[in-house]
Design a protein around this ligand. Structure first.
Ligand SMILES: Cc1cc2nc3c(=O)[nH]c(=O)nc-3n(C[C@H](O)[C@H](O)[C@H](O)COP(=O)(O)O)c2cc1C
Length: 207
C-alpha cells in the first residue's frame, strides 16, 4: 500500500566530467562507508541510472528490458540523507519521484532490520542508503512464459551495473548483495506477494 504524496526528485543530470571508461576502471565493491549523508539529488541520479525514463515519449528506460515489460521495482531504504527523512520509499520512474510506504513502521530507519535480513553483512549497517531491486516476474512471464526467469535475472544485472557505475561517477561507492533471506527482506520492504527481492545495493561515501 502506498500513500498518495510523492517526493519529487531533482531532474537527473545527463552529462558529467567523469567518462564511462573511468567508472569502469574505478568500480570496486565498497563495503565500508562513512556516515556522510546522501543528497536527494544523488539518490535521484542513482535511481535514474538504474530504472529512469530516458525516452519519455515511449516510456523507455536507461536499462534494457525484455519486450519492454519492465518487471523491476526499486525501493530505497534511507537511513541518513539530506532533504528526505529516514524510511522506506518506492521509486516511481514515470514521475521520477519517491513514494513513502504507508505502514507506519516503515517510516523510520529500517537499516538495522534490513541488515539482519541480509545475514548481518556490514555494508547494510554502515551505508547511509541501500537500494533494493525486486521483480514482479508475472509482468515478463505474461509475454515470455518460462523464459521470464532468465530474462528478469539478466535485467536486474543491467540495472545494478548502471547504478554501480553511476555511484562511481558521483564519487560514491557501492556493493551488490545477493546473499540474504528473501522472506525477511520482503517483510522489511513491505513487498506484496508477487514481488521478489533480487539485489540489495548499499551506497555511500567510501571510508
Ligand atoms: C550475483 C552477485 C552476488 C553478490 N553478493 C554479494 C554479497 O552478498 N555480499 C558481498 O559483500 N558481495 C557480494 N557480491 C560482490 C562480489 O563479492 C564482488 O563483486 C567480487 O568479490 C569482485 O569484486 P569487485 O566487485 O570489487 O570487482 C556479489 C556479486 C554478484 C555478481
Amino acid at each position: 500500500m502506498m500513500s498518495q504524496q510523492a517526493i519529487e526528485l531533482p531532474a537527473p543530470s545527463r552529462s558529467s566530467s567523469v567518462s564511462l571508461e573511468e567508472t569502469l576502471a574505478q568500480r570496486r565493491s565498497v563495503r565500508s562507508f562513512s556516515d556522510t549523508p546522501l543528497t536527494l539529488a544523488e539518490i535521484g541520479q542513482l535511481l535514474w541510472a538504474a530504472q529512469g525514463i530516458s525516452e519519455p515519449r515511449r516510456g523507455l528506460r536507461t536499462a534494457p528490458s525484455a519486450g519492454a515489460t519492465y518487471p523491476l521495482e526499486i525501493d530505497v531504504v534511507i537511513g541518513i540523507a539530506e532533504g528526505i527523512a529516514a524510511g522506506v520509499y518506492r521509486y516511481t520512474p514515470g514521475e521520477h519521484a519517491l513514494r513513502p510506504l504507508d505502514q507506519e513502521r516503515l517510516q523510520d530507519d529500517q537499516r538495522h532490520a534490513l541488515a539482519q535480513a541480509g545475514l548481518n553483512q556490514s555494508p547494510l549497517h554502515s551505508a547511509p542508503v541501500t537500494f533494493a531491486i525486486s521483480a514482479v516476474h508475472a509482468r515478463t512471464a505474461a509475454r515470455y512464459g518460462d523464459r521470464a526467469t532468465r530474462y528478469v535475472d539478466m535485467e536486474v544485472g543491467h540495472a545494478a551495473q548502471n547504478l554501480s557505475l553511476q555511484a562511481v561517477a558521483l564519487g560514491l561507492g557501492s556493493v551488490v548483495i545477493g546473499a540474504f533471506n528473501d522472506r525477511e527482506v520482503a517483510s522489511v520492504l513491505g513487498l506484496s506477494s508477487g514481488e521478489s527481492p533480487l539485489y540489495l545495493i548499499p551506497v555511500g561515501t567510501p571510508r
